[in-house]
Design a protein around this ligand. Structure first.
Ligand code: G
Ligand code: G
Ligand code: MN
Ligand code: NA
Length: 253
């Protein structure tokens, strides 16, 4: 596969990049964190997004190596920003296959130690479907991750098939409401109903609830009114390269 070759080349020669999308604490209106979002840009072509290459990385057996590159680069960036006084919780996406690799948590722990990153400012984003495929195994893996001091967020929440009772057994810190609901908040009563249900569920389980895909002030105001904790979306900023992220931060505050 052509993309597999490009990925192998990029892993060797540095063709993968991380973009960072700001996460806002709704109450204070301040920057709370950044989500690291992977791109493949190893030549003059348009950068390629993870939806195109993550499935191929998984089937080609490259996801472990790629996921490790992401974790190292995101931890390195988090530690650098921390030293510059930019306190951001760095959110890292992990694919189901990567999460289930043996010694995943041990590897992550070693990366954190080697880079001197502060684990309390790191958050792993795992998808609902990854967790529910094998709940008991997932609970054990998440416990190990939590014991490193790293936070865990359930990403794309509301579009998967969680059994609600199983949520109470998972060591989670946060639910990320899937963007599809937030994007339709203004027009669609059903999306508002689902969003409010997720907020109520999350808060009754003492979890933070994070709204994604905020594209308008009205969507933000709605989430604020309903007690949502964090917000992310084009309304604030697109995912940015590191230097633009810092510039954006200084322009805001
Ligand atoms: O950034 P973009 O909207 O193109 O991301 C598309 C999807 O890819 C999202 O679901 C996101 O969670 C996922 N994704 C982004 N970066 C990474 C990564 O580093 N690893 C994994 N496994 N998935 C990622
Ligand atoms: O599945 P996950 O939540 O990790 O996906 C994150 C992706 O969503 C990022 O790749 C980012 O490019 C995209 N994204 C972030 N904010 C917005 C937004 O406000 N609108 C839309 N349509 N996409 C967004
Ligand atoms: Mn995510
Ligand atoms: Na999401």
């Amino acid at each position: 596969h052509q993309l597999e070759l490009r990925m192998r080349r990029a892993l060797k020669n540095g063709g993968f990049k991380l973009l960072y999308q700001p996460v806002i604490d709704i109450k204070s209106g301040r920057l709370a964190g950044a989500e690291a979002l992977l791109r493949l840009e190893d030549n003059d072509d348009e950068p390629i997004g993870p939806n195109s290459f993550i499935p191929i990385a998984e089937s080609a057996g490259l996801i472990g190596q790629l996921g490790e590159w992401v974790a190292v680069e995101a931890c390195r960036q988090q530690e650098e920003w921390m030293r510059q006084g930019l306190k951001v919780t760095m959110a890292i996406n992990v694919s189901p296959l990567q999460l289930r690799q043996p010694a995943f948590a041990e590897k992550l722990g070693r990366i954190i130690t080697d880079l001197g990153a502060d684990p309390s400012y790191l958050e792993l984003e795992v998808t609902e479907s990854a967790i529910m495929e094998n709940l008991n195994e997932a609970i054990e893996i998440l416990k190990k991750i939590k014991s490193l001091g790293v936070k865990v967020a359930l990403d794309d929440f509301g579009v998967g098939y969680s059994s609600l009772s199983s949520l109470t057994n998972l060591p989670l810190d946060k639910l990320k409401v899937d963007q599809s609901f937030v994007q339709h908040i203004e027009r669609d009563q059903a999306s508002r109903a689902v969003t409010e249900a997720i907020l109520a569920l999350g808060h009754s389980l003492k979890l933070d609830v994070h709204g994604e895909g905020i594209e308008s002030e009205n969507a933000l105001l709605y989430l604020e009114e309903h007690g949502c904790n964090q917000a992310q979306g084009y309304w604030f900023s697109r995912p940015l390269p590191p230097n633009e992220f810092v510039r954006w931060y200084h322009e805001q505050w």
